[in-house]
Write a protein that binds this ligand. Structure first.
Ligand code: HEC
Length: 184
């Protein structure tokens, strides 16, 4: 067997091309609520919910103030707490509050349910909303389970290694830059 000499692989440079256009920050860049809930903090949520306390109660008494009692709101159909006079929009909503819906509603109540009489601008920070939702969930002993990250749609599939596609490798051949010396 005769082996022909091969060039050492070290002379081929792999060029990693970074795609910067795909990572431009946008408002859409929020992680799914199920992912944020995995690292949510109930105590931080309780602290954050102080800004709701002017209008809502959170204890088992579940009394109405300016807004309906929120003790069992996680899993409760919207607009159905006894004794509270809801807006038409909220009464019509009538879907059990889950993490996904609370996330949308608490981000911007009037955008999610136009016509709501909840006079609250919203919580813009995605992780703060997750904390508040975890807190609301923790209050209700009969609340349905929180969504888990596994059940959420995969936002980013891991990139497949490109070792099986050698044609995609880009190589730069070093051109000899040396000029012969004119010694003399
Ligand atoms: C200025 C008063 C006010 C503040 C502050 C406020 N809310 Fe409300 N909230 C209301 C009112 C009023 C309603 C009833 C809305 C309707 O009928 O359209 C409501 C409704 C709700 C509902 C729907 C309840 C149901 O029975 O369907 C949820 C959930 C909720 N609020 C959560 C919160 C959370 C969490 C906060 C704090 C981050 C908050 N609210 C802050 C007044 C307020």
């Amino acid at each position: 067997m005769i082996y022909s000499p091969t060039m050492p692989e070290e002379n081929a440079y792999h060029v990693a091309v970074e795609d910067t256009t795909a990572t431009a920050p946008t408002e859409e860049a929020e992680e799914p609520i199920a992912v944020r809930l995995a690292s949510a903090n109930v105590e931080a949520g309780a602290a954050s919910a102080k800004k709701c306390a002017a209008c809502h109660t959170f204890d088992a008494g579940n009394e109405n103030k300016i807004g309906p009692g929120l003790y069992d709101v996680y899993g409760r159909p919207g607009g159905t707490h006894p004794g509270f006079s809801y807006s038409e929009a909220m009464a019509a909503h009538n879907v059990p509050w889950d993490a996904e819906q609370l996330d949308h509603f608490l981000k911007s109540p009037k955008t999610y349910i136009p016509g709501t009489k909840m006079a609250f601008a919203g919580i813009s920070k995605p992780n703060e909303r997750a904390d508040v939702i975890a807190y609301l969930h923790s209050l209700n002993p009969n609340a349905p389970a929180l969504p888990t990250a596994e059940a959420a749609p995969a936002a980013e599939a891991p990139a497949t290694p490109d070792e099986a596609t050698p044609d995609a490798d880009k190589t730069i051949e070093e051109a000899p830059a040396q000029t012969p010396e004119q010694g003399g």
